[in-house]
Design a protein around this ligand. Structure first.
Ligand code: NAI
Length: 330
């Protein structure tokens, strides 16, 4: 099949080329949008990532120029109008679980860095400053952590937390028996968020979870709570988070995703002015750590993404069952 691959970095090209099962693939560094959709004219399939836009308008344009299949190189699909793709009879396939540990370990990296301030210590020591002032952390052992969403990533994260000796509270509409056995205590969302030291988000972005962390919910949490979001930016109301950081309700914030990340993340803005007041403000806070959506970026995850992407394409071409088709919630 002829496949247009959008939003590619060198690592995408390397891993996809290595695992290509014989398809004609063309890499585009550009993100997919209404403007760039023309690049995929005449291709059978498009392969997209988290910040590519696959709305009704883009689908219409691509469908008219021969689109038969959409393959996502990721698990989340909030950027695709799956309902409309279904009406066009264009299957949307994804990589549901390429390496839950990659994202779970990154969430723990954010916690450890924010807590023990290793990023600050590194810079201090490089300048010959061995002072320990303001580097105080807490023990994670015996601390309470709220995990919102215990799917693939949430469960991997709970297993890591268990190793640190944390007490784990969780909320998920579908609690896991295996996690209960591990000692995870399930409750309502509001009950789970209260009286914990750390909250970590691992649920998908849907109409129900948009702004799950908002001004009202922030009033319920223990002052000084650490908030970690490695899921999707839209889960938190950034404006409310900034207020909560200023008032001290949120003690520290670790983000791998940001509400308005598209257009910034995956690009080099080091010589440019960041035209986003909220992002600039967050970057300036001493208790905020932001990484540019790199939770997935491990060798194991990239290998799995490439393999499953081509399995998906091969299954479509062969008319085999599409096991990784995105199901539309009706
Ligand atoms: P998953 O589908 O295995 O698990 C999601 C869990 O969230 C399910 O157990 C589901 O029941 C639960 N859930 C749904 N609605 C909920 C709600 N209202 N409250 C609490 N829980 C709810 O997905 P997986 O693989 O664990 O990924 C989770 C999210 O992580 C993805 O949707 C994606 O947005 C994000 N992600 C981020 C990456 C990164 O690089 N930072 C990479 C991969 C995924």
């Amino acid at each position: 099949m002829k496949i247009a691959v959008f939003s590619t970095s060198q690592y995408d090209e390397d891993f996809l080329s290595q695992h290509n099962t014989g398809h004609q693939i063309v890499f585009f560094k550009a993100s997919l949008s209404e403007e760039s959709a023309v690049l995929a004219a005449g291709f059978d399939a498009v392969c997209i990532f988290v910040n590519d836009i696959m709305n009704k308008q883009v689908l219409d344009k691509l469908y008219q120029s021969g689109l038969k299949l959409v393959v996502l190189r990721c698990a989340g699909f909030n950027n695709v109008d799956v309902d409309y793709a279904d009406q066009l009879k264009v299957p949307v396939l994804r990589v549901p679980a390429y390496s839950p540990e990659a994202v779970a370990e990154h969430a723990m990296a954010l916690i450890l860095t924010l807590n023990r301030k290793t990023h600050k210590a590194y810079n201090r020591v490089r300048e010959g400053n061995f002072s320990l002032e303001k580097l105080m952390g807490i023990n994670l052992n015996q601390r309470k952590v709220a995990v919102i969403g215990t799917g693939h990533i949430g469960q991997a994260f709970c297993r890591i937390l268990k190793g640190f000796g944390c007490h784990i509270k969780a909320h998920d509409p579908f609690p896991s028996a295996e996690m209960r056995e591990l000692g995870v205590e399930y409750g309502t969302l509001d009950a789970t968020l209260q009286d914990v030291d750390i909250i970590s988000l691992h649920c998908p972005l849907t109409v129900d979870t948009q702004y799950l962390i908002n001004a009202d919910r922030l009033q319920m949490i223990k002052p000084g709570t650490m908030l970690i979001n490695t899921s999707r930016g839209g889960l938190v109301d950034t404006k409310a988070i900034i207020s909560a950081l200023k008032s001290g309700l949120i003690g520290s914030l670790g983000l791998d995703v940001y509400e308005q990340e598209s257009g910034f993340f995956f690009h080099d803005f080091s010589e440019l002015i960041i035209q986003d007041e909220q992002l600039s403000q967050l970057i300036s806070f001493p208790n905020v750590l932001i990484t540019g959506h790199q939770g997935f970026l491990t060798q194991e995850a990239m290998t799995e993404i490439a393999k499953v992407t081509f399995d998906n394409i091969d299954a479509f071409e062969a008319g085999s069952p599409l096991v990784n088709r995105v199901e539309i919630p009706h």
